[in-house]
Design a protein around this ligand. Sequence first.
Ligand code: ADP
Length: 474
Amino acid sequence: MLYINGQWRKAKSGSTLEVYNPATGEVIDSVASGGREETEEAIQAAKEAFKTWKKATGQERGQYLAHVASLMREKKDEIAETITKEMGKPLPHAEREVAGAINYVDWYAEEAKRVYGETIPASHSDKHLMLLRQPVGVAAAITPWNFPASMITRKIAPAIAAGCTVVLKPAPSTPLSAIKVFECFHEAGLPKGVANLVIGPAEDIGNVLTKSPDVRKLTFTGSTQVGKMLLKESADTVKKVSMELGGHAPFIVFEDADLEAAIQGVLGTKFVNSGQTCISTNRIYVAESIAEEFGQKLAEQAAQLKVGNGLEEGVDVGPLINKQAVEKVESHVADAVRQNGKVLCGGKRYDEGKGSFYEPTVINYAHDDMKISTEETFGPVAPIYTFKDEEEVIERANHDSYGLAAYCFTNDLGRGYRMMAELEYGIVGINDPAPIVAQAPFGGIKESGMGKEGGRSGLLEYLEEKFVSVGTGK
Ligand code: ADP
C-alpha cells in the first residue's frame, strides 16, 4: 500500500509489484505500485503539512517520535521477520537491525528539543545578531534494500525532529519493511502529510522528486552511480542534498594486532548481511609476516559459517538479494582466480533450490589489479593482500574514489593515531569493527558521498541557517 496524506491507498492505475523472498525465489506478497501522479500528490500533501508541522514545538515533535519508537518496540518481531523474508538476512541480524532502527527514533525524539540557534557578538552596540535554524521544508528520501528499516528511520526521524515533512521512496525489492515502519507512524497519530510513502518504479518517482521545486531536500542511500545521477537531476532546483553512496573499505591488520580480534572483526564486517553493506570490508591488508597464518585461520572460521534461509535457526549467512547479485560475485571471484588468487574456502554458489546463495569465500594472494580491489563486490568474498610497512599500506588503502569506512587493527597506540589521521575515510574503526551508533555521524567523503546521518550532524542536514540582524535604535 501507498501512504499519502495520512491514508493507506492503492495506486490509481491499479498497478502492483511483486515482492520475492531471496531465500526461496518465491513471491511472498504484492503491493500497490504508484507512479508520477502519486508522487506529486505526496509532495503536495507534505508541502501542505509543512505549514503547520514547522510550527510544532520540538517537544511535540519529539513526543510523536517517542510514540513511534514505542510502537516499533511492540512490533519488533514482526518487523524483523518481514526484513528476513523480503531481504534475506538471518532473523537475529534482522532483530539487530530493528533495534538499531529504533535507536535512531529514540535518539532524535530527544534531539528534537535541541534545535538551538545562536547569538553572534555584534560589531555595533545598536545591533543584535542571531542565527536561526529552521527546517528546510519537504524532504525526499530514497532508501536501499540492504537495511530496509534502519535506513528509513535514520532519515525520517531527524527530518521529523527538525520540523521537515517527508516523502519516502523505498527500494522496490523491500517495500514490506517500509510499510511496517509507516504503520507505526500512522498508529502514532503523526499529523497527515508529515510522512508519506510512495512505492513504485524508481525512475518515475525519482524524477518527480528531483525535479519538483517544492522538494527542498534530497537524502539518498544507494549506489554511487544512481547518486551521481540524482545529484545532477537535483541541480536545476538547487536542493540541499545528502548522499550515502558506495564504499570500498580496507581492513588493515598490523603484525602487532590481536589476531583473533582482527579475525572476528573481518568475519563481522565481511559476512554479516552476506557482504551487502556499504561499509563491508572489501580489502584485507595483512602484514606480510602474519598473512599466511591469518588467511588459514580466517578461512577455517569462514568455512564454519552456516549458509541458509534466514528464518532457520543457527544460520549465519543468508542469500544475496537476487540472481544478478550472485552473478556479480561470481564474476569477481572468477577474475581473481584468473589472476592467480587462491580460494581458501567457498568460491562457488551455495545450492539451495531457487535461493540466491553464495558461499562465504576467502581469497589469498589478492592484488591491486583484480576487480575486487576497485569495484564493490557486495557479496561474501574476503580477499587478502599483504603489505610490508605502514607507509605502503596507507598509500594502497586510500582508494582513488571511495572514502566511506576503514578499519585498522594494531596494538601500537601511536600507530593507531597515525592511521586515524592518514586514512581518507569518513568513518574509521581502530580495533573496532562496528563503529556505527545513532549518536555519531555516519557518512563518506570523496565519491562515497556528502552529508552525515546520525547524531547532531544528522539533524543539521534538515535545517537551514538564517542570519538575522536587528537594529535596536540605540
Ligand atoms: P543498489 O544497487 O544497492 O540497489 P541503487 O542505487 O540501484 O542501489 O538503489 C538504491 C535506491 O535508489 C533504491 O530505492 C532504488 O529504487 C533507487 N533508484 C535506483 N535508480 C533510481 C533512479 N533512476 N531514480 C531514483 N531512484 C533510483
